[in-house]
Design a protein around this ligand. Structure first.
Ligand SMILES: Cc1cc2nc3c(=O)[nH]c(=O)nc-3n(C[C@H](O)[C@H](O)[C@H](O)COP(=O)(O)OP(=O)(O)OC[C@H]3O[C@@H](n4cnc5c(N)ncnc54)[C@H](O)[C@@H]3O)c2cc1C
Length: 300
């Protein structure tokens, strides 16, 4: 398939990219890694009048550690997230997730910002920003604004971004020391989009019970979901046994999957429950290991 005709512009700055988006009034699309946009063009699912290439904007791929968290530029490639020492140290759960994104060739091009803006319901990185309580830094004609990940994903392939807004950076607040994590996914073949996935963190309190639980799932709903009912079930108790099973059932009950060529809705619901349980079990195990090691700072 061939794409419809379009103009091309290379933006040298975020302001220039935003100005081009605004000038074309919904007819322009940003081009980042092109790993989702180009197939959509080729299938003629989108018809932009102009592509605004943001690949040469300086500084947009940086990963910077501050006192409270990591700031990751929208143009950071998936591969960069995979090999970043800062991410390995502070967010191993994110590194585990990004290894499941497509194949290496795609991870070499695809970007964090592109994945979040595209908002595929079966994409790993949107779920991870939800799990990690990320804040999106956005730039638009009215200036910068910040959007919590919980407000960002509206429905399949739809976000809170306006037509002339660009996602510039993502902030991930550090997790408390001693936090355990788990990431579990099922796909038909390595590199395929997931049928379903779950990610969890468990932060123990001084008494060993759960001070904070987080659980997110994807692939079985039109957006990634935080399972707040499961988190409430786990808080204050020991992270094992019936509490984990009940939390996993809460995840299954929260999703509204659909039947498609790849899996029935029932299978996806079942996968969500199993993967949520495994992710929570892994998080509990890692939290115990951290406690046994004396929970060095930034262990999550
Ligand atoms: C064969 C194949 C398998 C794949 N498997 C997976 C998978 O398993 N998991 C997964 O998560 N993804 C998968 N992908 C998608 C891949 O991860 C893409 O890299 C990602 O979805 C889009 O990132 P991109 O940088 O390529 O964005 P692009 O394709 O360049 O853009 C995607 C959309 O986001 C918009 N956009 C881009 N950057 C910004 C920005 N900074 N601000 C606002 N809007 C922006 C574009 O205008 C476009 O609408 C797969 C892709 C292919 C081709």
């Amino acid at each position: 398939m061939k794409p419809p005709p379009f103009d091309y512009a290379r933006a040298e700055s975020v302001d220039e990219a935003v100005a081009l988006l605004a000038r074309h009034d919904g007819g322009a699309k940003l081009l980042a890694g092109g790993q989702s946009l180009v197939p959509m063009l080729n299938f003629r699912l989108v018809h932009p009048s102009i592509l605004v290439d943001v690949n040469r904007i300086p500084g947009l791929a940086a990963i910077e550690a501050g006192t409270g968290g990591l700031r990751i530029g929208a143009l950071a490639r998936h591969r960069r997230l995979e090999v970043s020492a800062a991410i390995a140290e502070r967010f191993p759960v994110l590194r585990s997730a990004v290894r499941h994104v497509a194949h290496l060739a795609i991870r070499n091009r695809g970007t964090l910002g592109g994945s979040l803006a595209h908002a595929d319901p079966a994409a790993e990185l949107p779920m991870m920003t939800l799990l990690l309580d990320a804040t999106m830094e956005v730039s638009g004609p009215a200036g910068p604004r910040r959007i919590a990940a919980r407000e960002f994903f509206r429905s399949a392939l739809t976000t809170a971004l306006g037509d002339a807004e660009m996602l510039v950076r993502v902030e991930l607040p550090f997790l408390p020391a001693g936090t355990g994590w788990g990431f579990e996914e099922v796909a038909r073949r390595a590199g395929d989009f997931a049928l379903a996935a779950a990610a969890a963190t468990l932060t123990p309190g001084a008494d060993g019970n759960v001070a904070e639980a987080r659980l997110a799932v994807m692939g079985a709903h039109d957006t990634p979901l935080r399972i707040t009912a499961a988190e409430a079930l786990l808080a204050g108790g020991p992270p094992d046994g019936e509490a984990v099973r009940a939390a996993a059932r809460a995840a299954r009950d929260a999703v509204e999957p659909y039947d498609d060529l790849h899996a029935s809705a029932d299978l996806r619901r079942h996968l969500v429950e199993v993967l949520a349980r495994r992710a929570l079990d892994a998080a509990a195990r890692r939290a115990r290991e951290e406690a046994a090691r004396g929970a060095p700072e930034g262990a999550a």
